[in-house]
Design a protein. Sequence first.
Length: 277
Amino acid sequence: MAEVTAKMVAELRKMTSAGLMDCKKALTETDGDIEKAVDVLRSQGTIKAAKKADREANEGIISHYIQPDSKAGILIEINCETDFVAKNETFVEFATEIAKLKLNEPETDFEELRISQVAKIGENIQFSRDSKLEVNEKGLIAAYIHTGGKVGVLLQVGISKDETLANEEFKSLVKDITLHIAASAPVSVSREEVDPELVEKEKVIAQEQAEGKPPQAVENIVNGKINKFYATNCLVEQGFVKNPDVSIKDYISTVSQSLGDVITIDKFLRFQVGESF
């Protein structure tokens, strides 16, 4: 049997755009004959999969995985070509498995898995993005995936008492906040975390809208619009989606006092399929 060298594998990959392991297996099966290996890859659908890579993948889903102890989690976006595939159970299960691997086994050959799945479902697939959250001390990571997987949220919550984790009122709070983030799309937890460039842009717009007013009036108008911007875009200042008269900050404070704990929203991620980032 001929030796399959790295150079041979590289040449076959260049010819077919197939995955490393697929090329190596095909060469081994054909005793190092590259032309026959191409035929093997074609018969397996691997080359067909590679050729689909230049087709646009604008549909897809958001998926997640959280470790059993809720101390770390990941949110991912995987895109495909059609909504039909995005709703397919096999594709959904694939996305969940990829999320788990990206969190626990990041050294995995994800390109190999992607190409294999492309060949299986007959559409281009792209791993668009992923991001992790991890609790360093006390607290948990929670997630919410909206129906259809078009929007997903990952939330990092801090506490000071371990027993809080098992409290039903706390669990309801966490669930409510993940739902709220999915629905209201805040840009940050608090105003201190908002990108200064974004705030400056809002100030310029407000100043242009107040043009021609007395200086004092302009200042008041600008401050008012910036405060409204914060109230609309900062999580803790937003009105709770289920009860807009109560801010998220006040909701958290009420539950904290009820449980005798200090509950904090440390970070969150919100992914929506197809959004620019």
